[in-house]
Ligand binder design. Structure first.
Ligand code: SAM
Length: 265
């Protein structure tokens, strides 16, 4: 996965991504990062990249020219590597007006070879350049930040985790919260007893089937309590789970009744 970021603050992106798991993936080359300072592409002799919005209103707007030229430079670099007729990469504009980001979007975007992120600042970016280059408008939530750099880091972090080889154990990406509507089950590490609280016995039993069953039950409980909206989605797609569970419980009760009868006679 190759990330290209168009920004006025490349140092923010570089520092953010060169940390922890994403930092190690950059070193290994599982992901790559190419930041482009939009300011380097302005034709304004004072290096200005913003101006007042037509029609008045608060704040300044990033101008179309430097954003477009920075974008063209990135596209040219990619086509040098991949060939003239290669697919033009998707351009994600981080904006509070976009579709709110989620795990399935992260998974889907992780399938791309190159992604270009466009970070706005001030009051945003001249609409004309957005119309020409942006393929996806994505928000990280219904609130307004000062710039698109933190949202770009949020997306790159979540997308990276879906890229094979980034997580030590790929399984951890598949069983986590939001991978299938369910929130992850509670987890425990050493010591076995902490503040008088003991790790659930089943996790020490070594019985993998029982542990899996326990984890699913706890995931369901947690999701029902914390995110009833997600729980309903899971229930509607997994009705057979409850039928099987009911059958299992009835079988267990029947067996217990049989045992009791045998003891009486
Ligand atoms: N005037 C814009 C509006 O009302 O839609 C908001 C501009 S905001 C102050 C500056 C930049 O921060 C945006 O261009 C965008 O790149 C980024 N940004 C702010 N909030 C965001 C969010 N919730 N998700 C993604 N990007 C955001």
């Amino acid at each position: 996965m190759n990330f290209h970021v168009l920004t006025l603050f490349p140092e923010m992106i570089e520092q953010g991504l060169h940390t922890s798991i994403t930092g190690r993936s950059l070193e290994k080359g599982t992901i790559t990062l190419h930041t482009v300072n939009i300011r380097n592409y302005t034709v304004n002799k004072h290096k200005k990249v913003d101006d007042y919005p037509y029609g008045g209103g608060a704040g300044m707007l990033m101008q179309a020219q430097p954003v477009y030229d920075a974008y063209r430079a990135v596209v040219e670099k990619i086509s040098e590597r991949k060939g003239e007729n290669s697919k033009v990469p998707r351009v994600i504009y981080l904006t509070p007006q976009g579709r709110v980001f989620n795990q399935s979007m992260a998974r889907e975007l992780a399938g791309e070879e190159d992604l270009i992120f466009l970070c706005g600042h001030y009051e945003g970016i001249d609409e004309r350049v957005l119309e020409e280059i942006v393929t996806d408008n994505i928000s990280i939530g219904d609130y307004v930040l000062t710039g698109g750099e933190l949202p770009a880091l949020v997306l790159m972090d979540a997308i990276s985790r879906m890229v094979p080889g980034v997580l030590g154990n790929q399984e951890s990406g598949d069983t986590e919260s939001h991978s299938n509507y369910l929130l992850e089950y509670p987890q425990y590490s050493r010591p076995e007893i902490w503040h008088d609280k003991k790790v659930p016995e089943i996790l020490l039993s070594g019985d993998h089937a029982k542990v899996e069953e326990w984890r699913l039950e706890r995931s369901l409980e947690k999701t029902q309590k914390l995110r009833p909206d997600l729980y309903q989605k899971w229930v509607s797609e997994n009705e057979e789970y409850f039928i099987r569970k009911k059958n299992r419980e009835e079988r267990k009760k029947r067996n217990e009744r049989k045992k009791e009868k045998k003891l009486v006679f």
